[in-house]
Design a protein around this ligand. Structure first.
Ligand SMILES: [Zn+2]
Ligand SMILES: [Zn+2]
Length: 103
């Protein structure tokens, strides 16, 4: 069973990661601030292939190389994905158990 699981506010989108995070970090850049609508973006980075996402995800590119994923129904920001580096960062607040986040 995956240890890292989460979902959006309404529950329409769920995800799980089958591996340990590559990195756990807090980003305060202006793009993250705007995308999240808060002072920082706290996230856990995984390889894209290690994360399974189910549900109506919508995405928008915040830069040509970075896609932000959110629930199309409730708008919860769930991940940022960088294909060129095979990295997907899930938002720590969307975890079922946010105490797993160790930046
Ligand atoms: Zn939702
Ligand atoms: Zn950032």
């Amino acid at each position: 069973m995956a240890r890292y699981e989460g979902r959006c506010l309404c529950g329409a989108v769920r995800y799980r990661a089958e591996a340990e995070p590559i990195n756990e970090r807090v980003c305060h850049c202006r793009i993250c601030q705007r995308a999240i609508g808060a002072a920082f973006n706290a996230r856990l980075l995984f390889r894209i292939d290690d994360v399974t996402i189910e549900g109506p995800v919508a995405t928008i590119n915040s830069t040509p190389d970075l896609k932000r994923g959110f629930c199309a129904a409730c708008g919860t920001t769930l991940f940022s994905r960088r294909d060129s580096r095979n990295i997907l960062g899930v938002t720590s607040g969307s975890l079922d158990d946010p105490s797993l986040f160790k930046p």
